[in-house]
Design a protein around this ligand. Structure first.
Ligand code: TRP
Length: 339
């Protein structure tokens, strides 16, 4: 059973369910979440409503991936008795908060948000950006404050969203005249962003450079075989470059034997160590990590009803919490509501 807020800090994290989770998610955040559930009250949001802000043409994909990502969470070790996993589209109070907060943010400020600016450029939206996409930082502020979260584990790229959240918090608190809303702090993971298997900085399913957490042993081997190393390391005897060599980046992230990796790096730099040896080691390391996750995923996916029940319970609990927080804010602002 869930004890009511046994820890002093509340965490909210979340993912857009646009596809299955991959090793980048594991290194960057899942691993942390598994640890944090022992020391914090943790809510994990399947942000399907946010995913629609740039996927409105394909709601079926988002719907399907809610369950896939929930399975990934459970398989990776998120324990629904310690963390609350919930679905954003089942939390109407967050939509109400978003609508309210829109009055405390200007369009100019949203257009200046570096995360949004980058994404508008990357997706080539220009002025034809969906209004929902431009406003998703406001919705994320609603998520964070709706759960009363004080800690938000995010990647570097999401830092401007936390800043924008705290601006909204301060505006509302100023308007109300007392600190009804809490400011949140970002928790940036120590392991930086994992590159794609092709060496590109951004991992994405469409590029085929992200290793899904649910990979079969053959898929793992295939991804490692095609991994980017040092293009100038042609003969085994050639000295090789470690920096930017994805095999080493992944060994750094996942090989538990740091000394062995350091020795391999020295050997590679000297020359005389072939890529095939390195890749065989990485394949083994990844199978040790992914094997148990894959097995648990298979076991859990044979009971889809249980996964649905878990999501329904988590979402019901989150619905009560976010509704309470919306009611407090509506009271503090003096909304009429006929209630
Ligand atoms: N924007 C996050 C992402 O792209 C997902 C998300 C939605 C989120 N709401 C959140 C993350 C609240 C942290 C807190 O992955």
């Amino acid at each position: 059973m869930h004890p009511a807020a046994p820890f002093s800090q509340t965490i909210l994290t979340g993912d857009r369910p646009t596809g299955p989770l991959h090793l980048g998610h594991y290194a960057g955040s899942l691993q942390n979440r598994v640890r944090l559930q022992d020391t914090h009250t943790q809510y994990i949001l399947l942000a399907d409503t946010q995913a629609l802000t740039d996927n409105a043409h394909d709601p079926g994909k988002i719907r399907k991936n809610v369950l896939e990502v929930a399975l990934d969470y459970l398989a990776a070790g998120i324990d629904p008795d310690r963390s609350t996993i919930c679905v954003q589209s089942g939390l109407p109070a967050l939509a109400e908060l978003t609508l309210l907060y829109m009055n405390f943010v200007t369009v100019a400020r949203l257009e200046r948000n570096p995360t949004i600016k980058d994404e508008i450029r990357a997706r080539g939206f220009g002025r034809d950006i969906p209004a929902g996409f431009l406003c998703y930082p406001v919705a994320q502020a609603a998520d964070i404050t709706g759960f009363g979260a004080t800690l938000v584990p995010v990647g570097e790229d999401q830092l401007p969203l936390i800043e924008q959240t705290n601006e909204i918090v301060r505006r509302l608190n100023h308007q109300i005249g007392k600190p009804v809303l809490l400011e949140a702090e970002a928790l940036v993971s120590k392991t930086g962003r994992l590159p794609g298997t092709d060496g590109k900085t951004k991992m994405s399913k469409s590029q085929g450079n992200a290793i899904p957490l649910s990979s079969s042993p053959e898929m793992l081997r295939q991804f490692v075989r095609q991994m980017y190393t040092d293009p100038n390391h042609i003969h085994v005897s050639d000295p090789g470059q470690v920096e930017g060599n994805v095999v080493f980046t992944y060994l750094d992230a996942f090989d538990p034997d740091a000394q062995a990796v350091a020795d391999l790096k020295a050997h590679y730099r000297r020359g005389g160590l072939g890529d095939a040896v390195l890749k065989a080691r990485l394949s083994g390391v990844l199978e040790t990590l992914v094997g148990p996750i894959r097995e648990r995923r298979m076991e859990i996916s044979s009971r889809p009803g249980d996964v649905f029940d878990m999501l329904r319970d988590g979402t019901a609990r989150a619905r009560r919490l976010t509704q309470e927080r919306m009611d407090v804010l509506a009271g503090a602002l003096g909304l009429f509501r006929c209630a």
